[in-house]
Write a protein that binds this ligand. Structure first.
Ligand code: PLP
Length: 319
């Protein structure tokens, strides 16, 4: 287990980020036998990713912060990193390809980040990240495969256990595995009997395929309502694959119609429009793939959903 993020790292992260992140509410859902819904989508920037990004940024020296942090993510991590860097008085650079739509580019600029538009693909944007690190001395803060990011995401585990100290099961949306690794490290240490289950979409779930194979594999990226769960885990994955393999009890996959039904259910239960990635745990419960009870806990991770995507889910159509 050497190199794994542990409870001490997560407690240190908690002390560091506490003034900068919200403590989010938790709600019992009577329609799901009292199952607990952690409303982390109410976090600043609309997703839990602010925890990991803030912890990684605050771990940097002031010289590193002043030179700047860099990422190629346009999604919840890019948003979180831009916000965290600005809050810490540092500089963030987000490298995007020409394919990224103008409204997304503007959203990143609005958070105070410098946007560099490079090339025609995510891969070309990643080349610019590597160049900025090598030639300008910027520090890359990756979206999941980094100990400070994992420790920051793990603070969500501490927070749910403060409200429900020994859950039967915790359902964690799973993509690159930074959230699952951090939450599992915290929960396994403090409540060893709790089952920790990663949940992904059936379409293009890279971590699930990698765990099944026993090594990181590439998967084809396909459209899904759970777009924040898309993308690979990195063939050279250093941390999250090993942690997920060691710490998750199970991985469950859910279909597009099930995700859509869960998004509608959560709207009904909370009044809030969450993104598909946030709804996969509830999808697993509603579909009966996992039994629910009063001590089952679902992490609702984000609410940055495009209105037209939510409308698709409302109409019951898959992506
Ligand atoms: C990133 C993200 C996830 C998955 O987190 P990983 O650490 O990549 O597994 C789940 N839900 C939302 C809303 C996200 O943005």
């Amino acid at each position: 287990m050497t190199g794994f993020v542990g409870l001490d790292d997560i407690r240190r992260a908690e002390g560091r980020i506490r003034p900068h992140v919200q403590r989010t509410p938790m709600l019992a859902d009577p329609l799901l036998r009292g199952c607990l819904l952690k409303q982390e989508y109410r976090q600043t920037t609309g997703a839990f990713k602010l925890r990991g990004a803030t912890n990684a940024v605050l771990a940097l020296s002031s010289a590193q912060l002043a030179r700047g942090v860099v990422t190629a993510s346009t999604g919840n991590h890019g948003r979180a990193l831009a916000h965290a860097a600005r809050a810490a008085g540092g500089r963030a650079v987000v490298c995007l390809s020409h394919l990224v739509p103008a409204n997304k580019v503007q959203a990143v600029r609005d958070l105070g980040a410098e946007v560099r538009i490079i090339g025609q693909s995510q891969d070309e944007a990643m080349v610019e990240v590597a160049r900025a690190v090598a030639e300008e001395g910027l520090t890359e803060v990756p979206p999941f495969d980094h100990p400070d990011v994992v420790a920051g995401q793990g603070t969500l585990g501490l927070e749910v256990l403060a409200d429900c100290p020994a859950p039967d099961a915790v359902l964690v949306p799973l993509s690159g595995g930074g959230l699952a690794a951090g939450v599992a490290a915290a929960v396994r240490a403090l409540s060893p009997a709790t089952r920790i289950v990663g949940v992904s979409m059936e379409r293009g779930a890279a971590m699930a395929a990698s765990l099944a194979r026993g090594a990181p594999v590439l998967v084809e990226e396909v459209p899904t309502l759970a777009d924040s769960l898309g993308g690979g885990i990195g063939l050279g994955n250093r941390l999250t694959f090993a942690m997920c393999r060691a710490l998750l009890d199970d991985v469950v996959l859910v279909g597009e119609a099930e995700i859509a039904a869960a998004m509608r259910h959560i709207l009904f239960a909370t009044g809030d429009r969450v993104e598909g990635a946030a709804a996969v745990g509830v999808a697993a419960l509603l579909s009966g793939r996992i039994a629910c009870g009063a001590a089952t806990l679902c992490l609702l991770t984000g609410a940055n959903v495009a209105p037209e995507t939510f409308d698709q889910a409302l109409k019951g159509r898959a992506a």
